[in-house]
Design a protein around this ligand. Structure first.
Ligand SMILES: Nc1ncnc2c1ncn2[C@@H]1O[C@H](COP(=O)(O)OP(=O)(O)O)[C@@H](O)[C@H]1O
Ligand SMILES: [Mg+2]
Length: 271
């Protein structure tokens, strides 16, 4: 069996006021996978991601990273967040420095890297996302799509082993989604484990190799993307539609990605 990089064991969490968001959740992610956490609104997907990098502490259960049970002391959280990056759904919740370059440099500088090393990380991350020309732009002057890429650049500049992405495609146009998936495919090819949430079975189909179907604060089923996404009963129980592309006979992620690419506008959109 492949190495498990991150595991959630029997996680339970209720928000103040008593809403149960996670209800004995188990999840195991193999290193190098692209896992889609798929479920309807309110299923607990965002809450899970906040547990997987230690932002929220479960009432019961634990998180393991590379087999090791993670703790919540300041030092342990520091190590944890260096290895597991999180990109929030709303980029405005993530960006805070005056300019794009300063924002992306913040994490590397905080790791204790020199100015020169941090600058090299920033240049590499901005280049990977095609936003080098925006380096000196004020973050509040970026478009929504540019902000999404800026937040992702900040996460990849930390070179995490695992990257958690909350609804990475939400709010992007088709061209923006295609560009995002191409960047994520490069990270994946370089060995980064990707865990992303979505309520869109088509997105899961076109990008994930594993799917965990979420319902009511638990994983209803998990496995190979094609197996889970072909299970109409399980999807229906979770209130989701099967992927349209699967219905159309698109059998591989490569086919799905090339369809997206062909449908995308060829010129750079101003997203
Ligand atoms: N900050 C919060 N305070 C109280 N309840 C919350 C908060 N955030 C989420 N919830 C509730 O927890 C449950 C799971 O939410 P969430 O993890 O955001 O689901 P998803 O990301 O799948 O849409 C929902 O019932 C939601 O209303
Ligand atoms: Mg959410």
């Amino acid at each position: 069996m492949a190495e498990l990089i991150i595991e959630a064991e029997s996680l339970a969490y209720a928000y103040p006021g008593g809403v149960t968001a996670l209800d004995g959740l188990d999840l195991a992610v193999e290193r190098g996978r692209r896992l889609a956490v798929l479920g309807p609104n309110g299923a607990g997907k965002s809450t899970l991601l906040l547990h997987l990098n230690g932002t929220l502490k479960p009432e019961r259960g634990r998180v393991r990273l590379g087999g090791e049970v993670m703790g919540y002391s300041r030092a342990e959280l520091g190590r944890w967040r260096r290895r597991v990056g999180l990109v929030l759904q709303e980029p405005d919740d993530q960006l805070f420095a005056a300019t794009l370059a300063e924002d992306v440099a913040f994490g590397p500088l905080n790791l204790g890297l020199s100015e020169a090393e941090a600058a090299a990380r920033v240049a590499e991350a901005l280049d990977a996302l095609g936003i080098s020309h925006l380096a000196e732009r004020a973050t509040h002057m970026l478009s929504f799509g540019q902000k999404k890429r800026a937040a992702l650049a900040g996460a990849i500049a930390m070179r995490p082993e695992v990257l958690l992405l909350d609804e990475p495609a939400a709010g992007l146009d088709r061209g923006g989604v295609t560009r995002l998936l191409e960047s994520l495919a490069q990270l994946s090819a370089a060995g980064t484990t990707l865990v992303f949430t979505t309520h869109d079975a088509d997105l899961a189909w076109s990008f994930a190799d594993r799917v965990a179907l979420f319902d009511g604060g638990r994983v209803a089923c998990q496995g190979e993307a094609e197996t889970v996404l072909s299970d109409r009963d399980a999807l229906g129980t979770a209130g989701l539609e099967p992927p349209l592309l699967l219905d159309l006979g698109v059998r591989t992620r490569d086919e799905a990605l090339s369809l997206r690419r062909n449908a995308a506008p060829s010129r750079e959109t101003g997203d």
